[in-house]
Design a binder for this molecule. Structure first.
Ligand code: SAM
Length: 287
């Protein structure tokens, strides 16, 4: 039984006495053309393992099961497990686990389920935790070779934004520090049940062999980036002074001058390279 149709999705929800839970971002895909497009973007082979976060009713999981060697899926909502056991019953290469992706060591989950490292992550993400989930996927050093993620259109635009634009922010820097990120296509609300209020986009993230820039201290770099964008209308000097880093304004001014940068510059104008130079200079000043 294909779970990707409005009729089947509704029938499953009624039969299991369920409703789509808004609090967990449950918008189920009901269009198999979109699912095929997402899965094709993953360029899967029969040797590969895929991790799907939030399989829902299993609509996309079925397609992943056909294309990949092994599929591990992790669903937070325990009520959906009996549904998944039914919709995925025919696939002996799919392992279903219940848990919170944000609190899970994903490498361990995959290997304990019999999957291989590195693996691909393909997911229609729950929108209420998109950014923390992306940060979890990026920061923990999991062995992921490629990610294909459905996110809100605005988040996709922030992930791929360039310096000096309104969308450019801490998420753009974090994503582009770890990955090459591309928007593959946009997705209308009509392919989901229920329809979300926002447009969506599918992004592809390919982790870089080495992070985009060399840093003395990665934690400090992200503190600087966060401080710059927390007060994005302020100059960098004021933003760093009024942040947990509590830097002395004259020190920041001197550092900016040393880097040949305008002392009235705002964080939103800085490229990742410039942020790296700044964080490394702050590090040298501190130690
Ligand atoms: N993959 C399905 C599809 O495309 O039809 C469902 C996608 S729906 C947008 C997001 C799914 O993620 C839901 O099934 C939801 O219960 C699940 N979910 C929400 N928060 C989660 C978390 N922290 N960890 C794992 N799954 C989660």
């Amino acid at each position: 039984m294909k779970a990707a149709s409005p009729k089947t999705a509704r029938e499953l929800l009624v039969r299991y006495n369920l409703h789509a839970k808004k609090k967990w971002g449950q918008n189920f895909l009901i269009d198999d053309n979109i699912i095929r497009k997402i899965v094709a973007t993953g360029q899967l082979s029969q040797e590969e393992t895929v991790l799907e976060i939030g399989p829902g009713l299993g609509a996309m999981t079925q397609y992943l099961g056909e294309q990949a060697g092994k599929v591990v899926c992790l669903e937070l909502d325990a009520d959906l497990l009996p549904v998944l056991q039914e919709t995925l019953a025919e696939y002996n290469n799919i392992v279903i686990r219940q848990g919170d992706a944000l609190k899970t060591d994903l490498d361990r989950l995959v290997t304990e389920a019999g999957g291989k490292l590195p693996y691909k992550v393909i997911a229609n993400l729950p929108y209420y935790i998109t950014t923390p989930l992306i940060m979890h996927l990026l920061e923990k050093g999991f062995h992921v070779s490629r990610m294909v993620l459905m996110v809100q259109k605005e988040v996709a635009q922030r992930m791929t934004a360039q310096p000096g634009t309104a969308d450019y922010g801490a998420l753009s820097v974090a994503v582009q520090y770890f990955c090459r990120c591309t928007i593959k296509f946009f997705v209308p609300p009509s392919v989901f049940l229920p329809r979300p209020e926002v447009e969506s986009a599918v992004v592809e993230l390919v982790p870089l062999a080495q992070p985009a820039v060399q840093l003395e201290d990665e934690g400090l770099f992200f503190q600087v980036v966060k401080a710059a964008f927390n007060k994005r209308r302020k100059t960098l000097v004021n933003a760093l002074a009024n942040s947990p880093l509590a830097m002395d304004k004259s020190t920041v001014t001197r550092i900016l001058e040393g880097l040949g940068m305008d002392t009235r510059i705002r964080g939103e104008a800085l490229s990742i390279n410039r942020f790296a130079q700044l964080a490394n200079a702050i590090y040298d000043n501190l130690y």
